[in-house]
Design a protein around this ligand. Structure first.
Ligand code: AMP
Length: 400
């Protein structure tokens, strides 16, 4: 973006404003909006003649019974006031993202003004990457800036296809997107060693590609969360009623073999906090992770595992953390995730580089108030995982 001249230009900026709202449509967490502010302000302020449109998105997670997006809930009109406050300039709103109304609103923009376009996901062409819809969007700007890392893994119209309507010198990444790419690259490209990845969460099946790829370059791979029990069972352990993917036992053994062959230390939790039901108020105790009694399930890593993992984390120079070590949403099973967050923060204070990426681990560091004590917290869950898996993200590739 820094190599582009914005003077006298209309700039189409793709942002990710997929923020949670309460029942009265008040924003309950504005991090995603804040994250885009430096890019918009740079375009507006550094070059006083910039015009900005912001073409945003919200995820289609709340569908109406007919499968369409609830427009009253997902209209970006709800965000105008807050965006205006954060930017320190008035923000106009356009009820359309493309078409004559949007084109007129764009044409009327004066230098320094900001226009927020309606949610691109209201249009069928968006998720299909439709050419016609992309061309219509492209008409609205002379320059295209993509600052939506969180959707970079999707080949949608406004994140990917639209880029081809702009010449090389008229498109680029915003600061957030560039930061995400730079920080993820720091982990995979010539990192300071030892490198330790801490992977947790529910399922091995979601993260096979990531684990495969990590084994190629990390020194230590810590596996926690429910995922660990598939590995422990594959090794012949008794894991009681813990969450296990029985069809992934072979995969787990292959990953263990690959780690061994590559000299990667793969750590599984020595002990677990076990419970007799999946509930915060269930009875709980500590057990060896390979000797969990029938009727009990591992819901967190135990005290010995916390020490075992912390020792490795504290001796590392580069850390990647994705996925909680236990059911951190329940206070009685959040201790392991908290211990990992604290160890990562402590290693960072001693000079390690730490990247926290992927939805639930980000929620965990935020919940524990440690997000400013790690080097970088990614805003892009799925996109960050795919980047780390070594996939080329369509939103990034489209800029070349
Ligand atoms: P993921 O989205 O794959 O990162 O998984 C995150 C989810 O895994 C969280 O909702 C956790 O509650 C859950 N989780 C972590 N550890 C366990 C466990 N031992 N048993 C069941 N669920 C777990």
């Amino acid at each position: 973006m820094k190599n582009i001249s914005f003077q006298g230009k209309k700039v189409l900026v793709r942002v990710d404003f997929n923020v949670p709202l309460d029942k009265q449509y008040h924003i309950t967490d504005d991090n995603r909006i804040r994250a885009a502010v430096p890019t918009i302000q740079y375009i507006l302020g550094a070059r006083r003649f910039g015009h900005t449109h912001v073409a945003p998105r919200q995820a289609a997670e709340k569908l109406l019974p007919d499968g369409s997006l609830d427009k009253e809930r997902f209209t970006l009109r709800h965000l105008v006031g807050h965006l205006s406050e954060l930017l320190g300039v008035p923000v106009a709103f356009c009820e359309e993202a493309v078409g004559p109304v949007a084109e007129q609103a764009a044409a009327a923009l004066q230098p320094g003004q900001v226009l927020l376009l309606e949610n691109t996901r209201f249009y069928k062409g968006e998720e299909k990457g439709d050419e016609d819809f992309s061309a219509q969007l492209a008409k609205l700007g002379d320059v295209y800036i993509n600052d939506a890392f969180g959707t970079a893994h999707r080949a949608h119209a406004s994140t990917t296809v639209v880029a081809k309507y702009f010449d090389k010198g008229a498109k680029g990444f915003g600061f957030l997107m560039q930061d995400e790419i730079d920080n993820a690259t720091r982990v995979i490209d010539n990192p300071d060693r030892p490198v330790t990845a801490i992977i947790g969460g529910a399922k091995v099946s979601d993260k096979i590609m990531l684990l495969e790829r990590l084994i190629d370059f990390v020194d230590n791979l810590i596996v926690g969360g429910a995922m660990a029990y598939t590995f422990l069972k594959a090794q012949g352990g008794s894991v009681g009623n813990s969450l296990v993917e029985d069809d992934k036992l072979d995969t787990a053994l292959q990953l263990l073999d690959k780690a061994k062959a590559k000299g990667v230390k793969l750590l599984l939790p020595e002990d677990s906090v076990i419970a007799d039901a999946f509930a915060n108020d269930a009875q709980h105790a500590t057990a060896n992770s390979k000797a969990i009694p029938d009727g009990w399930m591992g819901l967190d890593i135990g005290e010995a595992a916390r020490r075992q993992f912390a020792d490795v984390i504290l001796a590392s120079k580069t850390l990647l953390w994705n996925g909680p070590a236990g059911v951190f949403e329940m206070p009685n099973f959040a201790g392991g995730t908290k211990a990992i967050a604290e160890a990562v923060a402590q290693a960072t204070s001693k000079g390690a580089f730490s990247l926290v990426g992927g939805g639930d681990s980000v929620a965990a560091v935020n919940q524990m108030g440690l997000s400013d004590q790690v080097s970088y917290v990614s805003t892009g869950g799925g996109a960050m995982l795919e980047f780390l898996e070594g996939k080329e993200l369509p939103g990034i590739a489209a800029m070349h």
